[in-house]
Ligand binder design. Structure first.
Ligand code: IVH
Length: 665
């Protein structure tokens, strides 16, 4: 058969099934049969590269690697929206509109405000030619290859009315069920969990390998048409036509003839929005008529013809049943509240983090208290207060333990830190298991095929007692253990063997020395080259290294002062694990924060403090410990010290949230 004809036939079939699935929710073919068509087309394209079309459906499975995304100037700036939080502000917006339009009749289109990543799509001659991120609103990154993996976005359209060139704007997102599925898989393999669907989407859109992006099943809703013609008179017309043409337009929008019906829309969606496949944090209200939009115009930052209304962050009230104290791998103790399960923002909440003893004191938690819990975009909700009207005066206050809940050794509170620590790092079982899990993770020794459960099992059976014992494992150690076939044992042993070639910087990070994150480990390796030199380094030599301060230096010295640690290092060395590295250089992520200094304060959702510090350094910024007038930013987490906040305010230092920091990147 004519190859080209068969390729066309395959493309038509695949597009037909795709459209039915994504536009009409109809499955006309089994997944298996669909994949077979797609692989047949892929094979033909590989064999006949000259016949490959750039809107071929195979583009959706990715395969291209982008080393560095090109920066593109937006044809029209990507602005943001003004926010309102209550009825009064919204009515004021409506009065402004009425006044500006001189009492002319007008209508609104209400849409949900999708919580994802703003994207711009350029079409030329009916084909998608570019997908761009918002960036700073003026210039964004060209992520076309990644955008093409969104199955609901047409790569080409056959239609007589759309102009040769037009642009669409929309919100790219990771559907909640995909986010939960990825996190489930990550928890099984011991990888750190993704913080929330929005960050996961924005991280995924910036991945270099589009084949990985394709596997993450990102999706998108289009919410604006920008043309150079006057094709549509109203926003409504554009939404209807684009939907007809197969573009993903969420069918949640409504036309409202006055502000009262806008309020009705807000009310209608306040709970129903939790049933949608993605998070929404409010609604967007837009003037329907394009002519009126033009007359209302823009301020420097946002249109005068649109505004958003943000739903209050959701709060639930429930009973606190008990507090558990979790032991981290460095011995840090985190109080976690066990709650009477309650439904909040689409999920059943059973636990909430209380961060540390200070926070427990601040909340003054008593047994049986009814507590308010709040959830932003994060996975773990937090307790924000206690309903005092419900307190039973006979119930006693929760007291932070004096001893480790696991090994019973006395807890210590390090001067100047909010955390309590179990100092028994050599014998506390939870700490040891945590250290082994830390050692095998991808960023460290990257020992695949060895999950948390296997480590727990090997530790409980006393087959391993620290990371050096991993290198002594043989097939015999697995005999009599449930669930291990010879193939899986071989896989584990060969991953362990492979880890012997992992560079020293990752091994040093894997050792889990308190306050030595991945970047600090890298800096230490660049400076000292080997574990032998690092061990011999004096306090003064350590603090002479950029970014190494008192806290890190003392932690390193304390680590090497323990004979068990020296013994561990010797045994790793005997097993040929890399303990030195010549020619080391720092792997920089970007220079976006070059010349900028940061103070970090409080507790964060996406990073621990070392991780946040690493992120700043890897992007060219500097972390300093105290606030001065030269400081550029204070990154404020939860529970930050009031004195820092006051000082920053006095000196008019820019105070940013964790989210704003991520936006800087
Ligand atoms: S219209 C001039 N409609 O909200 C801006 N934006 O602050 C016009 N967003 O990052 C934007 N859902 O990506 C519009 N239905 C919707 C939206 C929406 C989410 C995002 C948008 C932008 C932010 C604007």
């Amino acid at each position: 058969m004519d190859i080209r004809k068969r390729m066309d036939e395959l493309i038509n079939l695949i597009n037909k099934y795709n459209d039915a699935y994504y536009q009409k929710n109809e499955s006309l073919i089994s997944d298996l049969a669909f994949d077979q068509l797609l692989s047949e087309l892929q094979k033909l394209e590989q064999e006949n590269p000259l016949f490959v079309l750039n809107d071929s459906p195979t583009q959706r499975v990715g395969g291209t690697i982008t080393k560095q995304f090109k920066s593109v100037t937006h044809r029209f700036p990507m602005l943001s929206l003004g926010n309102t939080y209550n009825e009064t502000d919204l009515k004021e917006f409506d009065s402004r509109v009425r006044k500006a339009l001189g009492d002319e009749k007008y209508e609104y289109i209400c849409e949900l405000k999708f919580d994802g990543v703003a994207l711009s799509f350029w079409y030329e001659n009916g084909k998608l030619i570019k997908g761009i991120t918002r960036g700073d609103g003026i210039r964004g990154d060209d992520i076309t290859n990644n955008v093409k993996t969104i199955k609901s976005i047409p790569l080409s359209i056959k239609d007589g009315i759309l102009p040769v060139e037009f642009e669409l704007r929309g919100e790219g997102f990771m559907p909640n069920h995909i986010f939960e599925q990825i996190n489930h898989e990550r928890s099984l393999s011991g990888e750190p969990l993704l913080a929330n669907p929005r960050n996961s989407a924005s991280g995924t859109f910036k991945m270099q390998d589009s084949a990985v992006v394709a596997k993450r099943n990102l999706d998108c809703y289009i919410y604006a048409y920008l043309g150079y013609d006057n094709l549509f008179q109203t926003h409504e017309e554009s939404l209807i036509k684009l939907f007809d043409l197969g573009f993903p337009i969420s069918q949640t929008w409504e036309k409202c003839s006055d502000i009262e019906s806008v309020l009705g829309y807000i009310e209608k969606w306040s709970l129903k929005r939790n049933d949608l496949p993605l998070n929404t944090d409010g609604i967007v209200i837009k003037i329907n008529d394009y002519g009126q939009q033009e007359r209302l115009g823009f301020t420097a930052k946002s249109p005068r013809w649109a505004i958003s209304f943000k739903y209050p962050s959701e709060i639930a009230k429930t009973e606190i049943l008990s507090i558990s104290y979790q032991v981290g791998r460095t011995g840090n103790i985190t109080p976690v509240a066990n709650l009477n399960p309650v439904y909040l923002a689409g999920t059943m909440i059973k636990r909430a983090s209380i961060h540390n003893a200070n926070e427990m004191t601040r909340l003054d938690l008593h047994e049986g208290d009814m507590v308010f819990i709040e959830k932003g975009g994060e996975i773990i909700p937090k307790i924000t207060g206690v309903d005092m009207s419900n307190r039973n005066p006979r119930k006693s206050i929760f007291v932070f333990p004096t001893n480790c809940p696991d090994c019973n050794s006395e807890l210590v509170r390090v001067e100047g830190e909010a955390n309590h620590y179990c100092m028994n790092d050599l014998f506390c079982p939870t700490q040891i298991k945590g250290k082994i899990e830390h050692f095998i993770q991808r960023k460290a020794l990257n020992i695949e095929n060895l999950g948390v459960e296997t480590i727990d099992l090997l530790f409980e059976k006393s087959i391993i007692k620290d990371v050096a014992d991993l290198y002594k494992l043989t097939t015999l150690d697995f005999i009599g253990l449930d669930g291990f076939q010879s193939k899986s044992i071989q896989n584990i042993l060969s991953s362990i063997e492979k880890s012997k070639s992992v560079p020293f910087r990752k091994v040093l990070f894997g050792l889990g020395i308190r306050h030595v994150g991945a970047t600090i480990a890298e800096k230490l390796v660049i400076e000292f080259k080997s574990i032998h030199n690092l061990r011999a380094a004096s306090y003064d030599e350590l603090i002479a290294v950029p970014e190494i301060g008192d806290r890190i230096a003392l932690s390193i010295i304390s680590f090497f002062s323990k004979t068990d640690h020296i013994d561990l290092i010797n045994r790793l060395g005997q097993s040929k694990v890399q303990l030195s590295e010549e020619n080391s250089e720092l792997e920089i992520e970007s220079t976006r924060l070059e010349g900028k200094s940061f103070v970090i304060s409080g507790v964060f959702q996406n990073f621990d403090r070392d991780g946040l510090r690493d992120k700043i350094i890897l992007n060219g910024g500097k972390v300093v410990s105290s606030i001065s007038s030269k400081l550029d930013y204070l990154i404020a987490g939860d529970n930050m010290g009031p004195s820092k906040l006051e000082k920053a305010n006095q000196l008019s230092i820019k105070i940013i949230t964790e989210e704003e920091f991520l936006n800087l990147l």
